[in-house]
Design a protein around this ligand. Structure first.
Ligand code: PLP
Length: 412
């Protein structure tokens, strides 16, 4: 009998039978409050009736039409809808299926558009598991261990981590930008640097928001050196942080935005957006793929964007995120092991630190397990796995938040 491979890490295996809103139900109809959202994917909640309806209608009409041969209405509608919310000037889009693919596509685009090879990424970042995206990823050494050689032409600079170093935010930013200047002066000189790639909130790396001054500093350096600024909004995009894009907190102009997870409420879809002036420097056929912009996924994404807009989910993420952070800080006040509670919008991390100051991954895993036993599904993240993160669907209500905080307090 075949079984699932152990290479798929499962922390709290639940045999999910169905999902509805912020809840999952197992095969015995046990209800779980899902504060994982399929790793930030089911933005409109599980099986939002409008997403279900749009997908079902599309399945019965046209499941797949490949853009080299035919276009279809969902793809055109999605492009128009994304154009309304993307930062000004990012008016050319194409689609692939996952975050990793979109990251790889952005690297290809940056190299083609600039004629330069190097990409500067930030330590603790996570951009995916494929060979190119994996080369930009340092969060979780296991994503690289025994897998190299990785894609060449990658240099790393530090991401600002105030809590880890016991620094103020401005000290952390100053250190990170000074180190970046050093990397640009030595390891990856401007003439070789095609792009900087950054997450507006370090995701898998521990839910650490990028301070606005850091992103402004990256923009300045990209401009100074003629490099592109690629913003990886795979996890932060589509309202997750309480603004439509994570980079909206800094008001910084990107050259390329990539987004995926929350875009299609659970259907595999990712988008790469850049100005025409950049896209037209890549040759036709150098991007895309067989399934990119699949009609059903695109129809689900159009419905998702409509729901996010009409149900005010970006504002809800900001409001419920603030409520959740406040509740979690109250819990942390009673538990010294919870050294830091941080995040943006509905993307909040609880960092476990042992009394000697070392990362307490075992404590985080025990708390995650205790929460799951009490019906609250959570994930961990961070380079040491010692951050319990909460990333509920954007439709979460104050009642769900209060319930989750109460269960978390009990689990702790
Ligand atoms: N980029 C970021 C910021 C992510 O958080 C992830 C996944 O967690 C990826 C890229 C890779 O996405 P995928 O798992 O869809 O390939």
């Amino acid at each position: 009998m075949a079984e699932l491979s152990p290479v798929l890490k499962q922390a709290t295996p639940v045999l999910a039978a169905r999902g509805e809103g912020v809840h999952l139900y197992d095969e015995d109809d046990r209800r779980f409050l899902d504060f994982t959202a399929g790793i930030g994917v089911t933005s409109t909640g599980h099986c939002h009736p409008r997403v279900v309806e749009a997908a079902q209608r599309q399945v019965g009409t046209l499941i797949h039409g490949q853009y080299t041969t035919v276009l279809h209405r969902p793809l055109l509608q999605l492009t128009e809808r994304l154009g309304q919310v993307l930062p000004a000037g990012l008016d050319r889009l194409f689609y692939v299926n996952s975050g990793s693919e979109a990251v790889e596509a952005s690297v290809r685009l940056a190299r083609q558009a600039t004629g330069r090879q190097n990409i500067v990424a930030f330590s603790g970042g996570f951009h995916g598991r494929t060979m190119g995206a994996g080369a930009l990823t340092t969060s979780g050494t296991k994503t690289r261990a025994g897998i190299g050689p990785m894609m060449p032409g990658v240099a790393f600079a530090p991401f600002p981590e105030p809590y880890r170093h016991g620094w103020s935010q401005s000290e952390a930013v100053r250190f990170a930008l000074t180190e970046l200047d050093h990397v640009l002066a030595t390891v990856s000189p401007p003439a070789d640097t095609a792009a900087l790639i950054v997450e507006p909130v370090l995701g898998e790396g521990g839910y650490i928001p990028a301070p606005p001054e850091f992103l402004t500093g990256l923009r300045q350096r990209a401009d100074r050196h003629g490099a592109l600024l690629i913003v990886d909004e795979v996890q932060t995009g589509v309202g997750r942080t309480g603004r439509f894009w994570g980079l909206d907190h800094a008001g910084v102009r990107p050259d390329v935005v990539i987004t995926a997870k929350g875009l299609a409420s659970g259907f595999p879809l990712s988008a790469v957006a850049a100005p025409d002036e950049l896209m037209s420097r890549a040759w036709p056929g150098s991007q895309g793929g067989t399934y990119g912009g699949n009609a059903v996924a695109a129809a689900a994404a159009v419905a998702t964007l409509d729901i996010v807009h009409e149900e005010g989910l970006v504002a809800n993420a900001a409001e419920q995120g603030a409520r959740l952070a406040e509740g979690l800080r109250t819990v942390a006040a009673d538990h010294p092991v919870l050294g830091d509670v941080r995040g943006r919008g509905l993307m909040i991390g609880n960092e476990f630190t042992a009394p000697d100051g070392s990362p307490d991954a075992a404590g985080a895993a025990r708390a995650q397990q205790a929460a799951a036993e009490r019906g609250l599904l959570l994930l961990t993240c961070g380079p040491h796995g010692n951050v319990v993160r909460m990333i509920p669907p954007l439709v979460v209500t104050a009642e769900h938040v209060d319930e989750a905080v109460a269960v978390w307090a009990e689990a702790m």
